[in-house]
Each structure stands twice: as structure tokens, then as C-alpha cells.
Design a protein around this ligand. Structure first.
Ligand SMILES: *[C@@H]1O[C@H](CO)[C@@H](O)[C@H](O)[C@H]1NC(C)=O
Ligand SMILES: *[C@@H]1O[C@H](CO)[C@@H](O)[C@H](O)[C@H]1NC(C)=O
Length: 377
């Protein structure tokens, strides 16, 4: 769908009596109209102008290990979701869809101006990952169809803030993996994207009246948790490829039932309630109907070692388990994002050891350090 094209803007400017020689301001167009995800040279130039920068012109790395390529497949899969999300958000704000009205025209202009650049930047992140994969003749995932749970601008920005926090954790995992694989080449570029997404995150947080810098060391995540979380936004069966082409597990969702579904948990030691449907989860079979002995909620928070808490108060409804687990806020200062997994073990040495013992994940928990913000929506 076409929004504001350069031509429309140009004729509007001419109509308003502006000089026809006025420089053409690049304006947002729908990703498809910009040729995304396979733009031609002219389309790529237009995206780069909107994005305030270009793709890297450095040569590709000499080799990438298979698991490094999987990391780029996940990056492409995620960035393609982000492109769809921000493009839907821009359309909703542009068209003043109910719930997406802003308090003033100035606020609307500001937000659109910023989000249109973010969108072009996300398009380049996706295109970069696709080009890396194509260079190595590896499978490059193309966009799926997406569904978003948000129906107002506040919730949409809150969701963007949450998925960007997960991305900020997952790109740490990608950098670590590349280093472990001896694939130093792309590490600098991944680090540059971590900073870039962090800049976005600070802006979303200010809009939500949260302090822009979330934690001294941002919460880490793992590729399987990110891939699983993204499934919530993919229309089932809509990807133009089997999901198994990306060699990562997809876990059953872990719902956080406390604190507005985990989006607003208070800053205190407390018991949280979780739920997961374990139908079809083979390693869960021996636990179904039991009292939860040997099961844990394992948290990732900041750069701490994984924290495991035994689950309690277990209830079953068929294969669906509902239970409680302690949230050790005070000892760990769990402000910002924490990521929970239902695990069959505890005492994990690293975040990357958790997925092999996971039954359902990720549960996303946000503790919001609020501030009196001047620019909140
Ligand atoms: C845009 O609005 C539609 C209709 O309310 C909604 O279903 C969709 O989730 C919104 N998009 C975003 C990104 O919130
Ligand atoms: C759990 O998932 C299975 C398979 O998707 C489904 O048939 C069942 O209805 C679900 N249970 C609940 C309580 O939602």
C-alpha cells in the first residue's frame, strides 16, 4: 500500500506554492513499493537516503560456519518481522486509525518522521542479512505474513520496546557465537546494530515514560528463545518456506500471568504465576500430572548467570500446567527485561545451556522504572 510518495509530496508542495526546485525530501513508501526485500539500485539508494546511511561496502568475510549462517537467518527472520511491524504502525498513525491518534499534529509528525527512518534502517538490516546468506549460497528466509496484538499506539510502542529488548539480548548471542566459531568478520557490524537498536530503544522508553537506559548490562537472550517469541507474530503457515529451514527449536509459549501478562511487574520480591500448554512436548511427558518436582523457572537478567527457582503450586488442566515461581527482584535488581524459561534443570553455567533443558519459553517480564517524562505519549 502506498502512503506518501515523493511525487505526491512534490505536487503538494507545488500546489502550496513552494519552489519546484526545492530539494526532494525522501519520504516513506511501503516496503514493497521500495522494492524491499530485493530492491534494485535506485530503490536501494532511496531506502539508504531515508535510513540516513548505506549498507556496508566492506567485502564479505571469507567463510562462515553453518551455525553462524543460522544466526544470520534468525536476524533476517526477525528484521523482516520488524519491517512489517513498523510499516503497519506507520500506516496506522498516518491514517489516524482509532487508537493511533496522537495528542497533536506536531507529535504525529515527529513520530512519523522518526519511525519512517527506523523502518528504512530495519529494511537495510534485513537486506544486509539476506545478502550475507546469498553470498554463501545459504537459505535466505523471505518475509512471512504477520499479525500484531496491538490496537493502540501506546501498546504498539510498548511491544516495540519489548521485542527490541529481546533483539538487544539476542544480538549478544550472535556476537558470542561468531566469536566462538572463529567468524570474527561480521562482529563489528553486529556490534554496530546493537548500538543502533539501543538508540531506538531509548526513544521508545522515553515515549513510555521509562528511563531511556534500562540497565548497566542489558539482559542476554538466546537464538532459540528469540525464534520462539517471534512465532507469536507470524500467521501460522504463512512463511514461504518450512520453518525447519532455520535450524533452531521452537518452544511452546510460556505465559506470564502476573503484572499485565508480564508487561508491568512491580519492583519487589514476589511470586509470579506462569502457564504453558505442553501438548506435544516429548520431554514434558514424565512431568504431566505431577507436582512439579524437578521443574524450574530459569531467569535471564542482565549479564548474571541464569537464576533457577523451583516451581510451586502446580495445577494441571490436561497438558496445560499453571504454577508459581519466586521472582528474586531485590538480590538481582531485576529492573527492565527478564526472560524466563520452564526448565528441567537448574545451575546452568551459561544462557546457551538453557534451551537444551527447556520445555516452554520465553516468558517476558518487564519491570518499569518510570520517570516523569516530558515527551511521553
Ligand atoms: C494497526 O491497526 C490494526 C487495526 O486496529 C491492528 O490490528 C494492528 O495490530 C495495528 N498495527 C500495529 C503495529 O499495532
Ligand atoms: C493445548 O494445545 C493443544 C494442541 O495445540 C490443543 O489441542 C489444546 O486445546 C490446548 N489446550 C488448552 C488448554 O488450550
Amino acid at each position: 500500500m502506498r502512503l506518501v510518495t515523493a511525487a505526491a509530496l512534490c505536487s503538494a508542495a507545488a500546489f502550496a506554492g513552494f519552489s519546484a526546485a526545492a530539494p526532494l525530501i525522501p519520504r516513506y513508501d511501503s516496503p514493497a513499493a521500495m522494492g524491499y526485500p530485493n530492491p534494485n539500485d535506485a530503490q536501494l539508494k532511496a531506502i539508504q537516503n531515508l535510513a540516513d546511511g548505506t549498507l556496508s561496502n566492506a567485502p564479505p568475510p571469507p567463510k562462515l560456519e553453518p551455525s553462524s549462517l543460522t544466526a544470520f537467518q534468525l536476524i533476517a527472520f526477525n528484521e523482516e518481522f520488524e519491517v512489517a511491524f513498523f510499516s503497519s504502525l506507520i500506516e496506522n498513525i498516518t491514517n489516524s486509525v482509532p487508537g493511533f491518534d496522537l495528542p497533536s499534529q506536531e507529535k504525529k509528525d515527529e513520530l512519523l518522521d522518526i519511525l519512517e527512518t527506523v523502518l528504512a534502517q530495519e529494511e537495510l538490516h534485513a537486506i544486509n542479512a539476506i545478502k550475507v546468506l546469498e553470498h554463501f549460497n545459504a537459505f535466505a528466509p523471505m518475509p512471512c505474513q504477520y499479525r500484531f496484538p496491538t490496537t493502540n499506539v501506546y501498546d504498539a510502542i510498548a511491544l516495540a520496546e519489548t521485542f527490541t529488548a529481546v533483539v538487544l539480548g539476542t544480538l549478544q548471542d550472535a556476537a558470542q557465537l561468531l566469536a566462538t566459531n572463529g567468524d570474527a568478520g561480521p562482529v563489528r557490524a553486529v556490534a554496530s546494530v546493537i548500538g543502533q537498536e539501543g538508540e531506538q530503544e531509548g526513544f521508545y522508553r522515553i515515549l513510555l515514560a521509562k528511563k531511556p537506559s534500562e540497565k548497566p548490562f542489558l539482559t542476554t537472550s538466546t537464538a532459540p528463545f528469540a525464534f520462539s517469541a517471534l512465532q507469536a507474530f507470524v500467521v501460522p503457515g504463512s512463511c514461504p518456506f518450512p520453518l525447519s529451514k532455520i535450524d533452531l527449536p521452537i518452544f511452546q509459549p510460556l505465559a506470564v500471568l502476573t503484572g499485565r501478562d508480564g508487561a508491568d511487574v512491580g519492583p519487589s520480591d514476589q511470586t509470579l504465576t506462569f502457564s504453558a500448554n505442553l501438548t506435544g512436548v516429548q520431554p514434558a511427558k514424565t512431568y504431566v500430572g505431577g507436582n512439579g518436582n524437578g521443574l524450574y523457572i530459569t531467569y535471564l537478567t542482565g549479564q548474571n548467570l541464569p537464576i533457577s527457582e523451583a516451581i510451586t503450586n502446580v495445577r494441571w488442566n490436561g497438558d496445560t500446567i499453571t504454577f508459581d515461581a519466586f521472582f528474586p527482584f531485590t538480590a538481582n535488581v531485576m529492573q527492565g527485561l527478564s526472560i524466563a524459561a520452564l526448565t528441567t534443570g537448574s545451575n546452568f553455567a551459561t544462557a546457551d545451556d538453557i534451551p537444551a533443558a527447556t520445555l516452554a519459553a520465553p516468558g517476558l517480564i518487564q519491570v518499569n522504572d518510570k520517570v516523569k517524562a516530558w515527551d511521553a505519549i
